[in-house]
Design a protein around this ligand. Structure first.
Ligand SMILES: Cc1cc2nc3c(=O)[nH]c(=O)nc-3n(C[C@H](O)[C@H](O)[C@H](O)COP(=O)(O)OP(=O)(O)OC[C@H]3O[C@@H](n4cnc5c(N)ncnc54)[C@H](O)[C@@H]3O)c2cc1C
Length: 407
């Protein structure tokens, strides 16, 4: 990958952040014929690592990154607070991919650079000035401040986005916290991930054990207001030492610890005059799984062609950019609906209520429905089937539990 140490005076697009979404956006903008500069504050791509490493098929189809796969995941063992397990999926059909996230991020950013984007590492913006005909960035490049002009600044700079804060673009609706350990010796099942629920291990959300080649990633996520003063680390310890599950963890050796925020709830206006936010910077993580790569790619696909046309016509003013937000409405609606389902089914359910849902799920005819209609990218058909065909789920109204599993 060719890394620059000097800047041209002008680029069509300057992207802050060389994560997967910044890389995918850079590649997309190059394919649309624009000059691109990517600015990354770290000295390497894909570090620090803060991810369970699941990339769903919809995202994988868009980038040729199959060689970063550590384990194809075809199924899940979903575990209730008291130990009822529901097995879903079958080996014939891969539902999601567990990848090496460093290699994945590097690979996506390489696509941008090999298609002609410039990249500088160890660099970050210190100021943005929006003028009528261009935006001007001051950039700290290895300690030297340089100026660069562009038509459009794109903030792909993650959950704590500097661009979002600098341009006062608001805050994502929810900021969850994720924490995980990487272990050897987990007693799992090949090709299946484990999901654990219960107030003692992941209040309002869930914990996971995800096979990742030679190792397993064990983690949980929740919201600060639900943690009752406990740290995520304590909750992962609770899981690994719980009387119900400890036999799965007794030979585990922890080789790494990671944590980070999961911003969810698209900003009202992720687009402003000559500025656009994508991915975590805009609050694009799925409320049901915390996955942010797929929705970040979706945003790029929805907006890049329009932004390209606006650049070509030099119409990146405030009103036009605000109007462009309507292109994100279907995605926003989908994410909001998923959050409502998650709240009703999981986040606001007591352990006793969850236990009752698991009893229904574990019935063979219901598990069969989940297997037939569960889709990672579109949980709605399964939700509708469950509501129609399982009498108990009618009383659970629109809780459509399936959204939690494969959305
Ligand atoms: C514990 C945990 C598990 C997760 N598991 C999954 C999962 O299994 N699947 C999934 O899809 N998602 C998962 N996520 C979410 C996922 O990691 C993010 O949604 C995804 O990384 C978002 O990509 P991004 O490119 O928007 O931002 P990031 O990956 O955060 O990349 C932002 C980049 O910008 C750089 N940057 C930041 N600020 C600046 C600055 N001022 N100047 C220059 N560069 C800057 C950063 O160094 C980084 O390289 C998980 C998150 C957590 C915390």
């Amino acid at each position: 990958m060719s890394v620059q140490s000097r800047l041209d005076e002008y680029y069509d697009v300057v992207i802050i952040g060389a994560g997967p979404v910044g890389g995918y956006l850079g590649w997309s903008m190059r394919k649309l014929g624009h000059s691109v500069l990517i600015i990354e504050e770290h000295s390497e791509i894909g570090r620090p690592f803060q991810c369970a490493g699941l990339v769903n098929p919809g995202a994988m189809e868009r980038v040729p990154m199959e060689d970063t796969v550590l384990t194809p995941i075809w199924g899940a063992r979903i575990n209730s607070p008291n130990g009822t397990t529901v097995d879903i999926g079958s080996p014939e059909r891969v539902r999601t991919w567990s990848v090496c996230r460093k290699k994945f991020d590097e690979g996506v950013v390489r696509l941008a650079v090999e298609s002609g984007a410039n990249i500088i590492l160890n660099s970050k913006p210190t100021n943005i000035v929006i003028e009528d005909n261009f935006a001007e960035l001051s950039v700290d490049v290895n300690g030297t401040i340089m100026q660069v002009r562009c038509a459009l600044v794109c903030g792909c700079d993650g959950a704590h986005s500097w661009v979002r804060r600098e341009m006062k673009m608001g805050r994502p609706k929810e900021m969850m916290i994720g924490y995980q350990v990487e272990v050897t010796g987990y007693n799992g099942s090949e090709g299946q991930l484990d999901m654990f629920t219960g107030n003692d291990i992941a209040p309002g959300f869930f914990a996971w054990a995800i096979p990742s080649g030679e190792t397993t990633r064990i983690g949980m996520w929740s919201r600060a207001d639900l943690l009752s003063g406990k740290s995520c680390e304590m909750l992962v310890d609770n899981l690994m030492n719980s009387s119900i599950w400890k036999s799965r963890f007794e030979h585990c050796n922890i080789i790494g610890r990671f944590g980070g925020p999961v911003p969810s709830g698209l900003l009202k206006y992720p687009l402003g005059e000559r500025v656009a936010l994508f991915g975590d910077a805009s609050g694009a993580c799925k409320p049901t799984t915390g996955g942010g790569i797929g929705t970040g790619f979706d945003q790029v696909d929805l907006l890049a062609p329009k932004l390209s046309a606006y650049m070509n016509n030099d119409t990146l003013g405030k009103e036009k950019m605000k109007a462009l937000v309507k292109n994100l409405e279907p995605l926003r609606k989908k994410l909001n609906r998923a959050r409502a389902l998650r709240d009703a089914f999981l986040t606001e359910a007591s352990d006793e209520e969850l236990e009752r849902v698991f009893m229904v799920w574990s019935r063979p005819e219901v598990t069969k429905i989940i297997n037939e209609s569960g889709e990672i990218d579109n949980p709605i058909p399964l939700g509708i089937r469950l509501l129609k065909e399982v009498p108990e789920f009618r009383s659970l109204a629109t809780k459509a539990a399936s959204a939690i599993i494969w959305s």
